[in-house]
Design a protein around this ligand. Sequence first.
Ligand SMILES: [Zn+2]
Length: 459
Amino acid sequence: MHIAMAAGVAILSLLLAVAPAADGPWPTDHPLLHDIAAVVIPGELRSTILRLVDFGTRHTLSDTQSGTRGIGAARRWVKARFEEIGRDCGGCLDVRTPVQTVTGELIPRPAEIMDVLAIQRGTSDPDRVIVISGHLDSRVSDVMNATSDAPGADDDGSGMAAVIEAARVLSRHKFPATLVYAALSGEEQNLYGGRLLAQYARDQHWQIEADLNNDIIGGTTGDNGVTDASHVRVFSEGTRFNETPEEAAQRRYNGGEVDSPSRNLARYISGLADHYVGGLTVRMIYRTDRYNRGGDQVAMLAAGYPSVRFTEAVENYKHEHQDVRTADGVEYGDLPKFVDFQYLAQVTRLNAVTMAALAMAPAPPAMVEIEGAVSHDTTISWTRVPGAASYRVWWRDTTAPLWTNSRSAGSANTLTLNNLTVDDWFFGVSSISSDGYESPVEFPGVAGAFRENPLATLR
Ligand SMILES: [Zn+2]
């Protein structure tokens, strides 16, 4: 060995000796997550959408008795498909169909709202639940028209195809946390299925860490002529839907308006896309949904569950919510030929990777607190969670969109950062399993807490 090199090694050893041992290369690369992304098949997504379109209409008020047409036949098919996937994994899926008869806005006569849920129980932390959802119902121009053909290939056959493909791919593996694959109904009539899911989750005492809601994720060309197959929008609320006036006042004063658990979930998804889904980049949108529009994640947020919405980068308004027709040479309607199955596969990969990453990782730390006023040091502390071997404290400039800096706390439940003034940065903490799976970062206090807000009320 050359003398200078030997000296360099000695200095390096000295540096390593004083640095925290767990601060090695980060983040950990997980072959499992690459494998999961690799086995998502565009042809599977295509065959699901074609099958759903074959039911003619899946309108919430459509026929429930026919074996070939309407929402009843469609949801029975989804149930059978989940059961088939369950047989292939040795009975790993428990298929449930919570149902509610509803009359209300856009439902003038009693209608059966049924969600079809496939539940893959976690091996060691089964009450902790990660959900992927899409909606099965479809519509045409008139939201009350329950008989005309409403193919709903993209809205939301694409989301349903992602849900079913995620079940097929992830059911080959076992995870510490529970995965739920959710086909929701009544979305177009005003989020009835989303509220039914939230109620079911509450009744089951699920601790939902994330709902990944997929609605309109298969198109790449807008009616403005713009094509974008390399981005997906992930919408996340900035502040918790159900914070109390006191919590809102504290958050307004000290910050946290861009650090709800849903927002930090979106950051987590963005990082996974960069690492595991080549060619797809997340556009984080700092909004609950598209402007003045909605989706089932809104019902989940109202119940206090961290949730995001995935939607294609550029929508095509000639295809959504349209009677199938040709006018002045322009084709209207939500037909399978307008779905880009390669792109839909990319978005599905990101969903499957996210579910696996969340389910392999421990829950985010509980009860994260921060202190440091009138001091140049900041101390952050938290309650330990099951399955966490270590914790990592993150911080970023208060105007930065993504977490930029981090330091391992080892297995401790507190860390003091010397000469980092609490005033000048936003801080958070993640949990890490012994095999290096990391949770999303949790911002301190109620504003950032992933645990269900105990004050949440269903409306
Ligand atoms: Zn939709």
